[in-house]
Ligand binder design. Structure first.
Ligand SMILES: Nc1nc2c(ncn2[C@@H]2O[C@H](COP(=O)(O)OP(=O)(O)O)[C@@H](O)[C@H]2O)c(=O)[nH]1
Ligand SMILES: [Mg+2]
Length: 184
């Protein structure tokens, strides 16, 4: 039987060690029966996951472990989408995550990539931490200095919050703008 040529990933999933990339991708793939204690082993090397999206579409995502950050740039070829995962409950890690994100987005090979910044672990974070997290990432400044457009989403791999929206983003579905609340 002829081997099919390997499909190259068009999406990379990056972020610090322990940010929640592996669990998020597993949940996006639909592995419901995850023993969460088994996912705390940091990813060594890279993991490739194929996600089924709407309309029979699928996308191949490569997770590159946070410990490999100095080598992330080996995996940028053919990449059109980046999921950058940050643990919103761990503000200590966030400033460093912002610096790393900046180096990723300054990479010429990725200048046309679409970027999704996922603030995950929202199940153990306060709502206000979204703003704290964006401040600590120096997000306003980052947005001014990079060419890519960045979408920010909140998620939890434990409750499933935000996962449908991430899949829609991967499928290229434009998010519906929030309905403006009428002032009373
Ligand atoms: N409470 C909570 N814990 C999470 C979530 N996502 C991941 N974790 C936990 O965070 C730890 C690191 O997750 P992992 O996916 O291995 O991180 P990675 O290094 O970025 O791949 C594990 O113990 C996970 O169970 C989440 O959304 N909420
Ligand atoms: Mg991992």
């Amino acid at each position: 039987m002829a081997n099919l040529p390997p499909v190259l990933p068009s999406c990379v999933c990056l972020g610090p060690v322990g940010a929640g990339k592996t669990l998020l991708l597993k949940k996006l793939k639909g592995n419901e029966d995850i023993d969460i204690t088994s996912t705390s082993v940091p990813t060594v090397g890279t993991n490739i996951t194929t996600l089924q999206l709407t309309n029979e579409k699928e996308i191949v995502v490569r997770e590159v472990g946070g410990a490999m950050a100095p080598l992330w740039n080996l995996y940028y070829k053919n990449i059109t989408r980046i999921i950058y995962v940050v643990d919103a409950s761990n503000l200590c890690q966030i400033a460093a995550a912002g610096v790393l994100l900046y180096t990723v987005l300054a990479e010429p090979q990725l200048k046309n990539a679409k970027v999704l910044l996922v603030l995950t672990k929202m199940d153990v974070s306060y709502r206000q931490m979204r703003n704290e997290a964006l401040l600590m990432l120096q997000f306003a400044r980052l947005k001014r200095e990079i060419s890519q457009s960045v979408t920010v989403m909140e998620a939890s791999a434990i409750t499933g919050e935000g996962l449908p929206a991430i899949k829609e983003w991967l499928a290229g579905v434009k998010p519906t703008p929030p309905v403006k609340k009428l002032m009373n």
